[in-house]
Design a protein around this ligand. Structure first.
Ligand code: MN
Length: 501
């Protein structure tokens, strides 16, 4: 369940015909070396493809339109090797619709002190040409990523690699389709939102089904398929009977296996990559899907509880952006549940009723069957674990009525101080940055939800850049946050977005 296509990024070098063929030959040669060098580093998640040097308005316009129409092109990287009069770029940029990165680099890393003459200066003047080009992009108000540094440095390759994942999030966002089993939970504010505006801004298609449409799929699953999946569960996870009868336990687990198979078939048939449930709207389902949802999240489906389609789509977006990442630590739907307020040990237990992805588990998860203490169904089976340690980000997309705001909190995930033998859910425990007091105050001021889409594998910068590319507000809570500045930022953003700046 990764990205849809074998994406590539186009490398477009700008110049002009003022310098003569010899200079343009070198420009092309240098561009080829840069592209080859970057591709060979083993850092970029996607290939860069070199395009012919752009020296005229017509060729720029043609290349950008080709990029628009090439299904595998996920973005364009531009670089002005020499001076390239920027008025030539206006029409191309007006028509270009995909992500774009301005790589502000130079072929030579060091000034050739002994040999540099005016010819060399004229041929190698990115410092000059990239400023002319940057001016027009700013004047046109076009969102872009600017990466500065020598192309052969690890820093620049890593910055490009990071941006590429953001770009994939931008081009793939419009392929996200969310299936809502039932509606949002009544009276809850933060999980609501404008689905039409979400489709305009993010391209998300958000559909609704009666949960009994799903029940038909679940009931149609064959017993042999259920038995095979239960066997897989029993081999992959530990089993904690905790005094329950082994046969009765297995029967409860098999209900979840049936739900997992039925839900996955429903989602595949409808081409959905994200979904929501609601514990109060279960129709003919015997158990709240717990283990079933956990497994589907692990397979790459986005999820939100209580009808929270915004978080489900964000969870799926994160899974798209991190697909194929080496040594990824995982992502999950999450909920702020309970604090530890002991000085020096502050943190938040993150969990949900059941639905936390085992992708973030540390060690081998355990299956338990326990009462839900909410709703009116039989005791659901669920996967129980504690999460990995390390840095991550929690993302909450909220609808403020006239716009969306993405709130991004950098968090530090830790081991809980002591075991929680009576808590039968998968959990994470984190301390928000810069600390619990400031982090929680800022989160509440920003209107952040109790549901989040959490990932260990993306950075604040990647999500901020994604939001900017989608044209929505993003606010960050991290080690640099202080409340006075943060309140001002919210106030100024309010004005900027109301004015459409
Ligand atoms: Mn919830």
């Amino acid at each position: 369940m990764g990205q849809n296509k074998n994406y590539k990024f186009w490398f477009c070098t700008g110049s002009q015909d003022l310098y003569g063929d010899e200079c343009l030959r070198k420009v092309a040669e240098h561009s080829a070396k840069i592209v080859e060098g970057l591709n060979k580093k083993g850092i970029l998640p996607f290939e860069i493809v070199l395009k012919p040097t752009l020296i005229s308005q017509a060729s720029i316009r043609q290349t950008f339109n080709d990029a628009n129409n090439d299904e595998e092109c996920a973005g364009v990287i531009t670089w002005m090797h020499t001076f390239s009069p920027a008025k030539m770029w206006i029409i191309g940029h007006q028509e270009y619709r995909k992500p774009f990165c301005h790589l502000h680099t130079q072929f030579n890393e060091e000034i050739p002190y002994d040999t540099m003459d005016m010819d060399f200066m004229n041929e190698n003047q990115s410092a000059h040409g990239d400023r002319e080009y940057g001016h027009i992009v700013t004047r046109m108000g076009i969102e872009r990523k600017i990466i500065v540094g020598h192309w052969d440095s690890e820093d620049v390759a890593k910055a490009l690699a990071s941006w590429m994942r953001t770009a994939i999030g931008v081009v793939e966002s419009s392929h996200i389709r969310v299936c809502r089993f039932g509606d949002n939970m009544n009276n809850v504010a933060v999980t609501e939102g404008d689905k039409v505006e979400a489709q305009i801004k993010f391209g998300w298609e958000i559909d609704h089904y009666n949960v009994n449409d799903l029940v038909e799929y679940v009931d149609a699953v064959s017993n042999s398929d259920v038995d095979a999946l239960v066997e897989e569960y029993y081999s992959k996870y530990d089993i904690a009977l905790e005094g329950r009868d082994a046969d009765e336990f297995r029967r409860h687990v098999s209900v979840q296996a049936r739900e997992e198979i039925g839900m996955e078939k429903f989602l595949k048939d409808g081409n959905y990559q994200a979904f929501v449930t609601h514990f109060g709207m279960l129709g003919g389902l015997k158990q709240l899907p717990g283990l079933a949802v956990q497994r589907l999240m692990e397979k790459g489906y986005g999820f939100g509880g209580e009808g929270d389609w915004k978080t489900a789509a964000m969870d799926r977006l994160i899974k798209i952006m991190t697909a194929g990442m080496k040594d990824a630590k995982g992502s999950s739907f999450m909920e702020d549940y309970t604090y530890n307020l002991v000085p020096g040990k502050e943190g938040i237990i993150q969990a949900h009723m059941l639905e936390v992805s085992p992708a973030i588990a540390e060690g081998k998860p355990v299956i338990k069957v326990q009462p839900l203490s909410m709703g009116n169904r039989e005791d659901p089976a669920r996967i129980v674990f504690q999460s990995k340690e390390g840095s991550g980000i929690a993302c909450s997309l909220v609808d403020l009525g006239h716009r969306f705001r993405l709130i991004i909190n950098a968090v530090e995930c830790k081991k809980v101080e002591k075991p929680l033998p009576k808590l039968p859910v998968g959990i994470n425990f984190w301390t928000p940055k810069p600390n619990l007091k400031v982090g929680a105050e800022a989160w509440i001021l920003a209107g952040g939800a109790h549901h989040t889409a959490f990932t260990y594998d993306l950075t604040v910068e990647q999500m901020v850049d994604w939001a900017a590319a989608m044209g929505v507000e993003a606010v960050v809570i991290d080690e640099n946050t202080n409340i006075r500045d943060f309140k001002n930022e919210l106030r100024w953003n309010e004005m900027a977005f109301r004015l459409g700046l």
